[in-house]
Every structure is written in structure tokens, then in C-alpha cells.
Design a protein around this ligand. Structure first.
Ligand code: UDP
Ligand code: MG
Length: 319
């Protein structure tokens, strides 16, 4: 198969009930896209009939490619597996459960080409089909991320988005683990646009995102994009250390003035000195941990949009 213009990456975990519905809806749309495409289904270690259905689908539709993960790696990892293998000039990631309307893919592609942007975010304009719990927790998640980090993530943009080849290559080049793509992609800073869509109800089956997985995503999002908790610990260590030093000075002064019980001063001095050393050391360690962590994530520290010497087309930044 030659390299297609468009790759559609679909993570699927135990989606036997959804696959036939998804394919029936996607196929006529895909045939009208007017570009070459591949449908890259990532089977995230399903234990139901998903692998069987995908093998059958592959025989019926040549554009379908199937990648099966050995074990359930999670939504973000399944998408990453797809991004690593997708070959298109443009790559769209979409959920299998029809909560993201496949009709929007054509719109995303048109926007990317017309506005010459690298990323087109699908923004949920109406999520009334989600449960109140999901809406409240999602809102709290996006708000706190925006408050804690300096990533300009779109509120209510999930993992339904289009990315250019340059964007996908940049994402794939990042060595960091447990990345939350809906934050990594905006952090890369490529020119972007967005299209709105109405979040539909899951077409069939149950959500594959139990509370545990949602919390995992939230913790990965905060720790991946904010060092505020670590900074807080550092400051606490430094403040505690200074307070312990003050206690130490006070205990010695009180002894010299003679108004202490025998043994009190030595006890307080030892406790305060040990505490001060430990807390100050923790504060210093925190700063090195921060730098080590940033080095491990190996994110670029700047992005060149254009350099007049090496050429390339200068273009308006769409963000
Ligand atoms: N998914 C996956 N691995 C997982 C959990 C989910 O590949 O461990 C896929 C799932 O099949 C679906 C998409 O990720 O295509 C979104 O999951 P789901 O619809 O269950 O999440 P929700 O919409 O409830 O947040
Ligand atoms: Mg869903």
C-alpha cells in the first residue's frame, strides 16, 4: 500500500458491540473523502470478539489495517501505538464508540488544508449526552490543568483531532511516558484551528473508562504539565527548615538565660537541627528532581516557526 493522504487511528478496547455500527457509518463517508486513506484500528488487548471482528473487517475493506496490542495498555497508549504506525500526511484520532461524529473528519481535513494549519482540534460544544458526573469532573480537570500549567489547552478538546505529519512526528519523537496527548499536542505549539461538534451518546456497549482510569489520566495530566506540586513541597521544605533553625536558636537562648528544665535544650536542639537539615535538603533535592524530570521528558524548549536563511514558507500563525 502506498502512503495514504489520511490515516484514521481508532483505539478499540472490547468494542465488539460498536464495531459494526462504526464501520457502517464510517465507510460511506470515507469513500466520499476523495483522498487515499487507511483506517488503522488499534485493538488494545481486547478480550471479547473485537479481534475476530477486525480480522473479518480487514478482509472486507482493504483500507483497514489492524494493530493488536498484547495487553490492555490504555486509551492514550493505544492512540500512541497508532500514531507510531500511521503513515498518512494527515492523521485523525477518533473514538470507536461514535461519540465523536465521523462526519467531522472531512471538515477537519478541509480546515487543515484551507487554513494551512497543523492541528485541528475537535471541540465538544455540546456534551449534554455525557453524564453529569463526567461533565463536572472533566470541567474540574481542564480548569485545574489550565490554572496549574502554562499549556494553552483547549477547554473541552478531547482526543478527537487531526494532526499533520510534522505534528505526529514531533509527538512520536518525545520519549516521555504516560503522556496525555490532549495536553502534549497543544504544548508542541503548532499552528492550529478547531471545529466544534456535538458529543453524541455511546452507540453501544459500556464506557471503557472507569473512575480509576480517569484519575490516572488526571494525575498524569497534572504531573506531566505542572511542577506546582513539587514546587509546593520544595517551599514547604525550605520554610520548615528555616522554622526549625529558629526553634534551635530559641532553645539555645532560653538555656543561656537559664529558664529551662535540664535536658530540654539538648532534646530540642537535636530535633530542630535534624529537622532543619532534612527539610532544607528536601527543598534542594526538589529542585534537582525538577530538572531531572524535565530532562527525561525531553520536550523542546522552543519552536522555530520560520528561519529566513533556511527558507520554507513563511506563514501566519493560526493560533
Ligand atoms: N479505549 C482503549 N483502551 C482503554 C480504554 C478505552 O483503547 O483502555 C478506547 C475505547 O475503545 C474507545 C475510546 O478509547 O474507542 C474511548 O473510550 P470510552 O468511550 O470507553 O471512554 P469515554 O467516552 O467513556 O470517556
Ligand atoms: Mg466514549
Amino acid at each position: 500500500m502506498p502512503e495514504p493522504e489520511l490515516s484514521v487511528v481508532v483505539p478499540m478496547y472490547d468494542e465488539q458491540d460498536v464495531i459494526p455500527l462504526f464501520v457502517d457509518r464510517l465507510r460511506p463517508l470515507a469513500e466520499a473523502w476523495g483522498v487515499t486513506y487507511e483506517i488503522l484500528c488499534v485493538d488494545d488487548g481486547s478480550s471479547d470478539a473485537t479481534p475476530v471482528l477486525l480480522q473479518r473487517l480487514r478482509r472486507e475493506w482493504d483500507a483497514v489495517r489492524v494493530v493488536r496490542l498484547r495487553a490492555n495498555a490504555g486509551h492514550q497508549a493505544a492512540i500512541s501505538a497508532g500514531l507510531d504506525r500511521a503513515r498518512g500526511r494527515y492523521v485523525v484520532t477518533i473514538d470507536a464508540d461514535l461519540q465523536d461524529p465521523p462526519e467531522t473528519i472531512a471538515e477537519m481535513l478541509a480546515v487543515a488544508r484551507e487554513q494551512d494549519v497543523d492541528v485541528v482540534y475537535g471541540v465538544r460544544e455540546d456534551r449534554s449526552s455525557d453524564t453529569a458526573f463526567k461533565r463536572v469532573t472533566a470541567r474540574a480537570f481542564y480548569r485545574s490543568i489550565r490554572a496549574l500549567s502554562d499549556v494553552d489547552s483547549r477547554v473541552d478538546a478531547g482526543d478527537f483531532r487531526l494532526m499533520s505529519r510534522a505534528t505526529v512526528d514531533a509527538v512520536n519523537a518525545l520519549p516521555e511516558q504516560n503522556r496525555v496527548l490532549r495536553l502534549v499536542v497543544p504544548a508542541l505549539g503548532f499552528p492550529s484551528a478547531s471545529v466544534g461538534y456535538t458529543r453524541a451518546e455511546r452507540a453501544a456497549g459500556d464506557s471503557k473508562y472507569p473512575l480509576g482510569k480517569m484519575l490516572r489520566l488526571a494525575v498524569d495530566g497534572v504531573t506531566g504539565f505542572s511542577i506546582a506540586p513539587l514546587r509546593f513541597a520544595t517551599w514547604l521544605g525550605l520554610l520548615g527548615g528555616v522554622a526549625a533553625l529558629a526553634v534551635l536558636v530559641y532553645a539555645v537562648a532560653a538555656m543561656l538565660l537559664g529558664n529551662t528544665l535540664p535536658g530540654w535544650t539538648s532534646t530540642v536542639v537535636v530535633v530542630a537541627a535534624v529537622g532543619a537539615v532534612q527539610l532544607l535538603a528536601l527543598g534542594i533535592l526538589g529542585e534537582y528532581v525538577r530538572r531531572t524530570y524535565a530532562a527525561l521528558q525531553a520536550r523542546p524548549t522552543y519552536f522555530v516557526a520560520h528561519d529566513s536563511l533556511t527558507g520554507g514558507e513563511e506563514r501566519a500563525d493560526a493560533r
